[in-house]
Design a binder for this molecule. Sequence first.
Ligand SMILES: [Zn+2]
Length: 133
Amino acid sequence: MHELSIACEILEQVMATATEHGATEVKHVTLQIGRLSHTNPEQLSFCFKAIAEDSIAKDADFIVEMIPPSLECECGYTGPIDEKQIQENCGFTSELLAYAAVMDCPICGKHARIKGGRELIIKSIEIETENQD
Ligand SMILES: [Zn+2]
């Protein structure tokens, strides 16, 4: 499963950071995932909880933020993709096909490139250490 291997990598990084800072407990893990990365946040959260069961991250709040991709056009325009336009035109959001279908630049009307949307970033980790009260 795609999500399981990602969850393993995340836990590895979280544990490395936690160990480095002498953590006794991991409280929050905030993750940013690109909309086009084909990652299901619920499944990812579930996998993370499952593999973190025997670690100090077992009770961590796992927060996933979805990052929309942006448009980049040859006319110089860069900006967010208009999700409303996608919804109106295609009847659904956050699917690769929908994004691929409506990639017209809002300034010049030409086809614009999709930039980003495939990120997978650990934004922040909150830990508890022995020294803290
Ligand atoms: Zn343009």
